[in-house]
Structure formats: C-alpha cells, structure tokens
Design a protein around this ligand. Sequence first.
Ligand code: ADP
Length: 220
Amino acid sequence: MSNGIRLVLLGRQGAGKGTQAVRLADHYDVPHISTGDMLRAAVKDGTEFGLKAKAVMDAGGLVSDEIMVGVVHERLHQADATSRGYILDGFPRTEAQARALAEITADSPLEVVLNLEVPEAVVVERITKRRVCRSCGRIYSVDSPPAKDWICDTDGGDVVQRDDDTEDAVRKRLELYAAETLPLVAFYSEAGQLVDVDGLGSADEVFDRVVEGISARRAG
Ligand code: ADP
C-alpha cells in the first residue's frame, strides 16, 4: 500500500477538483474531504446549520470562515485522516482559512498544494453542463451522462443539476474565487508547496499529469 498523502486541491469552480479528488483518494488510499459535499450533506439532513448554509450556497456566497475552520479542524482529526492523510477539496478558500489550516496541520504539515488550472471561459461551459448524483456526489456532464435515464451508475441515485449551478450563482462564485481564493496560489507558491497542473483535456489525461506532478514534487 502507498504511504498516503496530505494534499490540498486548489482550482476555480469547474476546474475538475471533485473529479480528480475522487481518483486521488482512491490512488493514495486516503479520504476525500470535500467541504462542499459536507455542507450538502448537512443540507440534506435538514439541520438548522444546513438550512442556513443552503441559503448562502444557493446565492453563490461563502459560509463563514469561523464555521468552516471548525468543520475542517474536526474532520482532519478523525482517525482515517490522522493515520493516512487526505485529499482536501474546497478548503482553504480564503487567506484566513489558509492561515487556520497551517495551524491545524502544524504537527503534520501539508505535503502538496495542487493547483488545477483551467481558463474561466472553459469552466463556465463545464459548470452549466455539470450534473451530480444527489446521493453519492458522482459528477457527470450532459456530454457524458450515466448509462440510464439520469440514474447514477454507482448507486442508482438521481442525477440532477446542483441548485447553485445557476448562471447567477456561478458568476458570483467565480468572482469570489478571483477575489478570495486566487491569492492563495501566490501564498502557497511563496511557501514552496505549490504544484501547478494543466486541467485541460480528459479526466484520465489530467489525472496522469497530476500524479506525475505529485511524484516529481515528492522526489525532489
Ligand atoms: P464549487 O467549488 O463549485 O463552488 P463546492 O462544492 O466546493 O463547489 O462548494 C459549494 C459551496 O459550498 C460554495 O459555493 C460555498 O458556498 C460553500 N463552501 C464550500 N467550501 C467552503 C469554504 N471552505 N468556505 C466557505 N464556503 C464554502
């Protein structure tokens, strides 16, 4: 078995973070920790927190740093993550979250921050075509649907468009990405932790590049 990994994925909405995160989690045998998936699970459970988060998410806004830092802190301290590591997807999204993450991981620092690069014009088209399994989160596209009637190939769940993949919410999320999250690329680059990967091409092609980039970083 491989040694696991402690990795953060950066990239704008629609860059393919979720798709690559699932493959990376399988490859390195570590949990895929997606803050978006965790929030959507809370929404589905109908908790008070979930309802509040849903309003923010549907408008394309960001849930507060304080709440997100608490959620991630708790998750990274669970046994699977402390023993083997994790693929962290959707966090950090602001400089405050990045600083908090450095504290959370002080004893066991991040090994790689992977930046998946895809131009804005490309991601807008990808997001509007994106469809997601309501129960397991598997990602499809109108160009590559499940085998049967928008029923998930993995678990038979309904495959639908996300409530926050509307044009308005997407535009707002991309603006927030540019303002709040893009500065983290420079932050991690200065810290010597960044690996840039071209996110254009098929999911398989991108995955090969990603694993190569990670191996080169770990070797060097
Ligand atoms: P995307 O990257 O396509 O916007 P995600 O599934 O990662 O999708 O996140 C969906 C929504 O969940 C975000 O638009 C935001 O409202 C909320 N969210 C997820 N992660 C964070 C975070 N680290 N900080 C604040 N809000 C978050």
